[in-house]
Design a protein around this ligand. Structure first.
Ligand code: SAM
Length: 290
């Protein structure tokens, strides 16, 4: 009997799509589904893929891949952590996947990290399928709160040196973080020389979001700087962030001595990326002016 040369790459017909307005984008071939369930807030899936490793999808959107998740988590965290002279108390809103938490805990100045994610099942899923990413949840400096991030900041008057908003989810479970009032609450819970960082999606594909965020933070933060990183799991390859503060000197500071002690810990971030990320192509500058 002729044996069929079954090639593993041909065995799957599952393709994950990360599209731009349904017209173009990225497709990732999956070997198989690893996990699928729904929390009270969103559908949660994990797929094993040929080229991006394990992929976490929330609400049908790709939010994390083993292949490039570290780029996102390094870039939402380290620019602000090395701008700040002595970041001790950090709050992460969202980020229940633990990736941002893991990066923040690299910094020896950090004494407490309070992570507030609305969905406990996200963290449970990451602990089960992405154990390396979930290491930070066992750190004695970590405090995990499963609650709406807006409500948490509204009710708790603790101030932080950094607030990292890792919960960009325009079609997400709760829209409380997409309101301008959320920016007011964030500013209230920041120390005078504190820094807030918001993830602002792709500045080209979704330019309205970064412009809306800039309008939302402007009344509360006199100084803010967009910055970029390249993400190959983003359909357009670029992810943006907005670093906000009340002191211009903070945004322009870089703790070189502290950086050199941990420079070998990063995959993407370094001192040149730190300054280069803030250099914007002209078309993005023009977008932000309009
Ligand atoms: N690291 C992810 C990424 O790379 O895109 C972070 C974004 S993920 C889509 C959004 C996270 O924020 C999820 O874990 C979700 O449960 C959480 N989240 C959404 N809305 C929230 C809210 N109102 N309060 C707290 N967490 C929220």
């Amino acid at each position: 009997m002729n044996t069929i040369n079954f090639h593993p790459e041909s065995g799957s017909s599952i393709w994950l799509q990360n599209l731009i307005h349904g017209m173009s984008g990225l497709t990732i071939k999956a070997k198989h589904s690893v996990f699928c369930d729904s929390s009270p807030f969103q559908k949660i899936e994990v797929f094993d893929t040929y080229s991006f490793g394990l992929v976490l999808c929330l609400g049908g959107s790709i939010v994390l891949t083993e292949a490039d998740g570290c780029i996102y988590h390094e870039m939402i965290s380290h620019p602000a952590l090395f701008m700040h002279k002595n970041p001790q108390n950090v709050c992460i809103i969202g980020g229940g996947d633990g990736g941002c938490l893991k990066e923040v805990l690299i910094h020896e100045t950090v004494k407490t990290v309070t992570i507030v994610d609305i969905d406990e099942m996200v963290t449970e899923t990451v602990k089960r399928f992405f154990p390396a990413l979930a290491e930070g949840f066992n750190d004695e400096r970590t405090r995990v709160i499963f609650e709406d991030g807006y409500d948490y900041l509204e009710k708790n008057d603790q101030k932080f040196d950094l607030i990292l908003v890792d919960s960009y989810d325009p079609n997400g479970p709760v829209q409380s973080l997409e309101t301008d009032d959320f920016h007011r609450i964030v500013s209230l819970r920041l120390e005078e020389d504190g820094i807030a960082v918001f993830q602002t999606d792709s500045p080209t594909v979704n330019s309205n979001f970064i412009r809306k965020t800039i309008r939302g933070v402007s009344p509360y933060f006199e100084y803010y700087k967009p910055y970029l990183c390249s993400m190959y799991s983003f359909p357009e390859g670029i992810c943006s962030f907005l670093a906000c503060t009340r002191k211009e000197s903070v945004l322009n500071n870089f703790e070189k001595g502290r950086y050199e002690k941990s420079a070998n810990r990063f995959h993407y971030y370094n001192e040149e990326i730190h300054s280069g990320a803030f250099l914007l192509p002209q078309h993005i500058r023009n977008l932000l002016k309009s």
